[in-house]
Design a protein around this ligand. Structure first.
Ligand SMILES: [Zn+2]
Length: 445
């Protein structure tokens, strides 16, 4: 029998192609397979030898198949993040593999998408090729793969298929459904303790998706804080940091109870819900992304709504801490804050607040993802006009001396950049904020 070592396909998967593979061994198999297909239609083709297929056609999915080669023991799969023109960087990918054989060795290669994503702009390869990919048996719990072997344009993850179907992604996904269930859980926990809390829809997105949020703690308190994530859709780690933050803030830890008695907490786990659920990158989308939209007339309803609520808290003299959660560049291996660009010109009192906040962060965001002990400054934003449209700066320009406004960038390309690692950073952030507020409240007396 003159069977090639690998059967080879290029292009998108389909069920008819899967059934067609049986035909390459001999004609009788082909005839039987063909008859089966006619009798039972496409789904019955699973009765024929299983073949690997790859799909991203689900919520938050991204990835186009470039190549699949396979035999019984091994397979090679090549994908690239899907292009969504004007929807930001094509760095996010998230696919399901079906039809694998448990124990089969799969060389899973991600080839960077080097098509222009906006005008003539192209994305450097290393944003889409993490050292370790995320892998899941159930689409719920995620682990790291082994370290990839890389070329300038690709990363190859050697996977032993754990079962017929499993998921592989750039990082652990966090979609609108995660936000919904997280907020339900937080609300239920607090309600069971008879504590005030209110889930609310911050806004309806441009594509009419709800942007979920919650407020809890003491609604009459003199202090409020605002924590949000995912102005950039691909930065899934930032929502897991947010998850760790809010689970701690709503917990029965005595410090968390103290936080809630003296502070009202406003929390938004996903800002750019449209691009998150579309599986688009979001960053640098056209005409501008969420974190360049903090202008007089925002184009995103959720940015406008956040501005209005934050402005009210500033006007009421309540807002003490604003945190915008992100993930940084592939080469950044520790979390860090972007601080105020005018740090050197701040009043001594306000600079002391920023310094104390950072000092506390080094005590409580300790690892394995430990915070960098100095502020960094987003000087790469080219013009003063654009800098003003960054949310940290928008809040910083309005908050005066009453509070701190920071971007927290949590490293995603390290062995500790897992759901647990991200949550640990979030808990550290929550503890930092609580300790900071306790000190500030004492100083005010
Ligand atoms: Zn970002």
């Amino acid at each position: 029998m003159n069977t090639p070592a690998f059967s080879r396909y290029t292009g998108q998967s389909s069920c008819s192609r899967r059934s067609g593979r049986a035909g390459q061994n001999n004609w009788s198999v082909l005839l039987i397979a063909g008859t089966l297909i006619m009798l039972f239609a496409c789904s019955a083709s699973d009765l024929v030898a299983a073949e690997i297929t790859v799909t991203s056609k689900f919520l938050g999915g991204s990835g186009d198949v470039l190549e699949i080669e396979q035999n019984d023991d091994a397979a090679r799969v090549v994908i690239t993040p899907s292009s969504q023109i004007d929807r930001g960087w094509p760095c996010w990918w998230y696919v399901r593999i079906d039809g694998a054989k448990a124990g089969q060795k799969i060389a899973f290669t991600v080839q960077s998408n080097n098509l222009p994503f906006r005008g003539t702009q192209k994305l450097a390869a290393n944003w889409s090729t993490p050292q370790r990919a995320a892998i899941s048996l159930d689409g719920v719990s995620w682990a790291h793969t082994d370290t990839a072997t890389t070329t300038p344009q690709t990363a190859t993850y050697n996977i032993i298929a754990p079962q017929a179907s499993f998921w592989v992604a750039w990082g652990p996904p966090f979609l609108s459904a995660h936000a919904e269930s997280l907020l339900s859980e937080i609300a239920a926990t607090l309600t069971a303790e008879n504590e005030p809390n209110k889930r609310f829809e911050l806004a309806r997105s441009r594509e009419n998706r709800p942007v979920h949020a919650i407020r809890f703690g003491n609604p009459q308190a003199a202090n409020s804080i605002w924590v949000q994530a995912r102005q950039h859709a691909w930065e899934t780690g930032s929502s897991w940091v947010a998850d760790g933050f809010v689970q701690w803030a709503a917990s029965d830890d005595p410090l968390a109870v103290q936080l809630r008695s003296t502070t009202e907490v406003f929390f938004v786990p996903i800002m750019d819900v449209d691009n998150v659920d579309r599986g688009a990158g979001g960053k640098d989308s056209a005409p501008r992304d969420h974190n360049r939209d903090w202008a007089d007339r925002p184009i995103y309803p959720e940015v406008l709504a956040a501005q209005n609520q934050i402005k009210k808290q500033i006007d009421d003299g309540r807002l003490r801490v604003y945190i915008d959660l992100h993930n940084p560049a592939p080469g950044d291996h520790e979390p860090f804050y972007f601080g105020p660009l005018d740090y050197a010109q701040l009043t001594p009192g306000l600079r002391q607040k920023y310094d104390r906040f950072l000092e506390l962060s080094t005590q409580f965001i300790r690892g394995p993802l430990a915070i960098h002990p100095r502020y960094r400054f987003a000087t790469y934003v080219p013009t003063a006009e654009e800098q003003k449209r960054v949310s940290r700066n928008w809040v910083g320009d309005r908050i005066g001396d009453q509070g701190v406004s920071l971007t927290l960038e949590t490293a995603w390309n390290t062995p500790a950049s897992t759901v647990d690692g991200y949550r640990e950073v979030g808990r550290g952030l929550a503890t930092t904020i609580t300790k900071y507020l306790i000190e500030m409240n004492q100083a005010d007396r």
